[in-house]
Design a protein around this ligand. Structure first.
Ligand SMILES: NC(=O)c1ccc[n+]([C@@H]2O[C@H](COP(=O)([O-])OP(=O)(O)OC[C@H]3O[C@@H](n4cnc5c(N)ncnc54)[C@H](OP(=O)(O)O)[C@@H]3O)[C@@H](O)[C@H]2O)c1
Length: 279
């Protein structure tokens, strides 16, 4: 199955929809089912898999490693370093721990999980060293608001940044104030996390009524909305085949002007400076 692809760097295309892994790996008896959901998603084209050293203290990375067994070359793996590990040596050793848990030689995209207190130039230098050593292929940031992104991108090497992973869904539109535009200005692709607001969008009346009109589910409408312009990547987390399938099918939903206007009216975009929230 072929999904819409999106270019994040010269010659580097990833699917518009990927798979999240937060809370995977927390319960040993669920790991096989979680890895199976990830493998099923890959078979449907969801080959971008997002994880982090934070999730289940590395347990989610182990689940990803399990899912990738024998098919590493098919996946685009994203992982993240804690801000308190983001000094020059800390990044290198955190990355090596992640590589061991993922059971791989390289991470496709390595992100700073959120802004911290380590000088950003130091983190960028470490990311560049990892690139030169072939341990990561690209780097980026997460939870960076406009000012933070501007500062990061202005540093030597900051221009190599390919992704800013941010909270974005119909009920979390703060990034529309300036940040999405700032990302484009820096050549940084936005990647929307918690696109389903962790499932809470299921009960939002406007999403329910749009869903009813299209004969689909409210969470599918939320996902279709996030990727509506095919210029934001979304990484819903789904731990069962049914949820994965529903998420892929959301890509077929075409929201029309009436749907978008109804969503804008009930869940309006920001009209004043709005700091980027994080979950
Ligand atoms: N950079 C950051 O700071 C940051 C922060 C948060 C998240 N993330 C990343 O983004 C990923 C996604 O965000 P998230 O996990 O917070 O929330 P999410 O993807 O918005 O929602 C996940 C929840 O929705 C449920 N779900 C998924 N598909 C469904 C469907 N078709 N129908 C009904 N329920 C469905 C899942 O249930 P099941 O698990 O039972 O399938 C899970 O409870 C994370 O897993 C993580 O990789 C990054």
């Amino acid at each position: 199955m072929s999904l819409p692809m999106i270019e994040i760097a010269a010659g580097e295309q990833v699917p518009l929809l990927g798979q999240g892994t937060w809370h995977m790996g927390e319960r040993p008896n669920r790991r096989e089912e979680e890895a199976d959901a990830l493998r099923f998603g890959m078979d449907l084209g969801l080959t971008l898999i997002d994880t982090a050293e934070m999730y289940a203290d590395g347990g989610a990375e182990e689940v990803v490693g399990q899912a990738l067994s024998g098919q590493r070359d098919r996946a685009f793996v994203v992982s993240k370093v804690y801000p308190f590990n983001a000094d020059r040596n800390g990044v290198i050793t955190a990355c090596e721990r992640s590589l061991r848990r993922l059971d791989t030689d390289f991470i496709d995209l390595y992100l700073l999980h959120w802004p911290g207190s380590v000088p950003v130039a130091e983190t960028i230098d470490a990311f560049r060293d990892l690139k030169v050593d072939g341990k990561i292929r690209h780097f980026g940031v997460s939870n960076f608001d406009t000012t933070e992104l501007d500062e990061w991108c202005a540093k030597p090497g900051g221009g190599e940044t390919v992704i800013n992973q941010i909270l974005y869904n119909p009920s979390r539109r703060e990034a529309e104030w300036q940040l999405l535009e700032a990302c484009r200005g820096h050549g940084v692709m936005p990647m929307a996390y918690s696109p389903l607001e962790q499932g809470r969008l299921h009960n939002v009346p406007v999403l329910r009524s749009v869903a009813e009109k299209h004969g689909v589910l409210p969470l599918q409408v939320a996902l279709a909305w996030v990727v509506r312009n095919q210029n934001v990547i979304a990484i819903p987390k789904a731990a069962s085949r049914g949820h994965v399938q529903a998420n892929v099918e959301a890509l077929d939903i075409r929201l029309d002007e009436t749907d978008l206007a109804a969503i804008d009216s009930a869940l309006p975009p920001p009209h004043r400076p709005s700091p980027l929230p994080m979950l």
